[in-house]
Design a protein around this ligand. Structure first.
Ligand SMILES: NC(=O)c1ccc[n+]([C@@H]2O[C@H](COP(=O)([O-])OP(=O)(O)OC[C@H]3O[C@@H](n4cnc5c(N)ncnc54)[C@H](O)[C@@H]3O)[C@@H](O)[C@H]2O)c1
Length: 255
């Protein structure tokens, strides 16, 4: 009978960004429940982490601190880097302040690049490790008033593919997840920007074949799975996890 226990690495830490809220917090909960060690990063606190670094993922100095904690915990680097930190900006392409495009690029794209640069070399040296980046369906498709976000998340997907091309042969599994609408503070902020959060939520639910928002636990299970050797066939993949949102197009005649 094959063993169906997910093969978590208990000898090395899992680095999780955006760990204080939403999807990242659910990843920390799941990993902790299964005995894994976590080094987390967020602007806000995460008391459930083994070690927490309060800092901005866009600041390379944050990654120096993270790297030091990883090196103190294990001589073989991190088991995985799971990047969930992310920010949005709501505004039209023709009127948005270009500074918002720069801000989102620094957080959503370069915030992952810094992590890759600090943590992947040790994984490659050991010949085993994983990076799972939370991208978005906006990495693949455009969304009204979300140009800065879609631009940064599209670039993130290309960053992840590029890193996978370079490091899969070194035993590092590098993939992206592209979620649809997940019930988190970030999504609720997005929905409330319409002026009627309840109506906006209903529209999203109706245009998602699953008929509901996705949960952070669903996302966490997928992210943790991708961080393990069970995902060894995958490299540079954009794993769409959206309840069918992008499998269809919005042409419903009823509400
Ligand atoms: N919720 C959704 O519907 C959805 C859909 C697609 C993609 N995503 C992506 O999922 C990821 C997680 O988002 P969420 O919905 O859980 O949001 P969330 O707001 O609940 O959590 C995001 C976390 O990231 C942290 N963070 C933001 N900027 C940071 C920075 N510069 N440095 C360090 N930490 C920072 C925040 O403090 C927060 O704790 C994001 O990358 C987001 O773009 C979310």
């Amino acid at each position: 009978m094959p063993d169906l226990t997910l093969p978590l690495d208990h000898s090395r830490p899992y680095v999780v960004t955006g760990a204080a809220s939403g999807i990242g917090a659910a990843v920390v909960d799941l990993l902790s429940e299964h005995g894994a060690t976590t080094v987390t990063v967020d602007l806000a606190d995460q008391p459930r982490a083994t070690v927490h670094v309060s800092g901005d993922v866009a600041d390379p100095g944050t990654w120096e601190v993270v790297g030091r904690h990883v090196d103190e915990t294990s001589t073989d680097g991190a088991a995985a880097l799971i990047t969930c930190a992310g920010a949005i900006h709501i505004g039209a392409v023709t009127t948005a302040d270009p500074a918002e495009y720069e801000r989102l690029f620094r957080i959503n794209t370069l915030g992952v690049l810094h992590g890759l640069q600090r943590l992947v070399p040790a994984m490659a040296a050991r010949g085993d490790g994983a990076v799972v980046a939370v991208a978005s369906v906006d990495s693949l498709f455009a969304e009204d008033m979300m140009g800065a976000y879609a631009t940064s998340k599209g670039a993130l997907l290309q960053l992840i593919r590029s890193a996978a091309v370079e490091h899969t042969r070194h035993g590092v599994r590098i993939n992206a997840v592209c979620p649809g609408a997940v019930d988190t503070p970030l999504l609720r902020h997005h929905l409330s920007s319409t002026g009627d959060e309840t109506a906006a939520r209903r529209r999203v639910e109706n245009s998602t074949p699953a008929g509901r928002l996705l949960t952070t636990l669903e996302m966490a299970r997928l992210l943790v799975f991708l961080s393990t050797p069970w995902a060894s066939s995958m490299a540079g993949a954009a794993v769409v996890a959206d309840g069918g949102l992008t499998a269809t197009y919005d042409f419903r005649l009823d509400d």
